[in-house]
Write a protein that binds this ligand. Structure first.
Ligand code: UGA
Length: 438
């Protein structure tokens, strides 16, 4: 029997999961309370940018395996329900807001058929799954809840969903695990590591993984601060330590640090939850990880000030990049836009160019100015900042633009540009964690 699957919440995670499950041959319905979003998705329009996803959405709609609805009772006859709603940071603290998860699971439990399995994918504070499982059992004893954390990266979402490097399932019994094994049969056949855990461990795996990744980035950014003080070069340091396989080269890219809808909020939510549990000492270090990360944004602004005699008023600053990472139009907690806003608040005239994120940036930061091309962005600039490492920026020929800027000063906030190339072309080149050598 082919499983019928529902996906509750059609944001970034939900649409990707729904389209990928459909591509495996399952019949999938995506549910969201936002009727406008449902209308767009039903018409094959993806409300955000993710490489390959709009194509997959359209092919699965055309095959008839994928549909969308704003009515949760349309999910009533599904066998498995994936919960993919958001858990943003609360407005007045560090904790994660789980109200969308609570509401969607309770509403679903009231309409779901007996024997079905609800599977949480949203990132939640440890203890949420057990609490909700007890709530569901009070509504219908024949419905079960499992947790199956998600590790997909934006801009690699399809690949990470179809071929994850591990599958973690938090289950309370063998039946729930057997249903999830049927969903992920192809991955099991491929040999993907399968980890069965209890509910709290499965919730913790997710926040522990994101905290570790954040720690790696802040570690190298702390080294960048020391390199700056000592006249060293953090890019050489990162390359050298990364050859030790216990350390590895990945996530040692020094620069303006991490942003996005996950790493910052997850490590804050983890700290808040550990405090509630009385284990806050254990995660004290994450406070420093967060602080190092935010300091990287301040350090790049200090470099700008140094090059412009500490006076930003009326200076034209060109900013390359708006999204929190390349190949994405996501600007949630984007370091690039945070820096742009701070520079503008200090009196500078900013001009921002991004290959994909101008529209989303304009929605979040309407008071900033945006350019339609690299050339327009750089025209008459007193200084250029490279803040999101799109490939397009790495292939810029610095000779081509030297005559259109007012001052040829480039500050590379991502350590991805070729310093020699820029210097040979006549630019003053600076980067975080690297001595000036000018
Ligand atoms: C992150 C995790 O990598 C995923 O495994 C996880 O599933 C996801 O959060 C989530 O919780 O949903 P994502 O937010 O897409 O994925 O972004 P990352 O690729 O982790 O990058 C996060 C930030 O770190 C970006 O701003 C990036 O520019 C920055 N970064 C990354 C660095 O500053 N240096 C690096 O070396 C690597």
């Amino acid at each position: 029997m082919t499983l019928r699957i529902s996906v509750i919440g059609t944001g970034y995670l939900g649409v990707t999961h729904a389209a990928c499950m459909a591509s495996l041959g399952f019949t999938v319905i995506g549910i969201d309370i936002n009727a406008e979003k449902i209308a767009q998705l039903s018409a094959g329009i993806l409300p955000f940018y993710e490489p390959g996803l709009e194509e997959l959405l359209n092919s699965e709609l055309a095959e008839g395996r994928l549909s969308f609805s704003s009515d949760i009772s349309s999910a009533a006859d599904c066998d498995v329900h994936f919960i993919c709603v958001g858990t943003p940071q609360v407005k007045d603290g560090l904790a994660a807001d789980v109200s969308y998860v609570d509401t969607s699971i309770r509403t679903l439990a009231a309409v779901a058929k007996s024997g079905s399995l609800i599977v949480g994918k949203s990132t939640v504070p440890v203890g949420t799954a057990e609490r909700l499982r007890n709530d569901i059992l009070k509504i219908n004893q024949e419905i079960d809840l499992a947790w199956n954390p998600e590790f997909l990266r934006e801009s690699f979402a399809i690949e990470d969903t179809l071929h994850p490097n591990r599958i973690v399932v938090g289950v309370a019994n063998d039946r729930a695990e057997a249903i999830l094994k049927a969903v992920y049969a192809e991955n099991l056949a491929e040999g993907t590591p399968w980890i069965r855990a209890d509910l709290p461990t499965s919730e913790l795996v997710k926040v522990a993984a994101n905290s570790f990744l954040a720690t790696k980035i802040s570690f190298i950014n702390a080294m960048a601060e020391v390199c700056e003080a000592a006249g060293g070069d953090v890019t050489v340091l990162a390359e050298a330590i990364g050859y030790d396989p216990r350390i590895g080269h990945k996530f040692l890219g020094a620069g303006i640090g991490f942003g996005g809808g996950c790493l910052p909020k997850d490590l804050r939510g983890f700290m808040a939850r550990s405090k509630e549990l009385g284990a806050d000492r254990a995660l004290d270090f994450l406070r420093e990880i967060d602080a190092i990360n935010l300091r990287a944004r301040v350090r790049v602004i200090e470099l700008v000030r140094r090059d412009l005699s500490d006076d930003l008023v009326g200076k034209r600053i060109a900013i390359l990049g708006a999204s929190f990472k390349p190949e994405s139009d996501d600007v949630r907690d984007s370091p690039a836009l945070d820096i742009a806003a701070q520079i503008q608040a200090a009196g500078a005239i900013v001009s921002i160019y991004d290959p994909k994120a101008i529209e989303s940036a304009r929605r979040s930061f309407p008071a900033l100015s945006y350019a339609g091309s690299i050339k327009e962005c750089l025209t008459d600039a007193d200084l250029v900042l490279h803040l999101t490492e799109w490939k397009e920026f790495q292939s810029i020929d610095p000779r081509e633009y030297i005559s259109i800027v007012r001052n040829p000063i480039m500050i590379d906030g991502r350590n991805k540009l070729d310093r020699d190339l820029w210097q040979k072309a006549g630019w003053t080149f600076r980067a975080l964690g690297r001595s000036a050598k000018n």
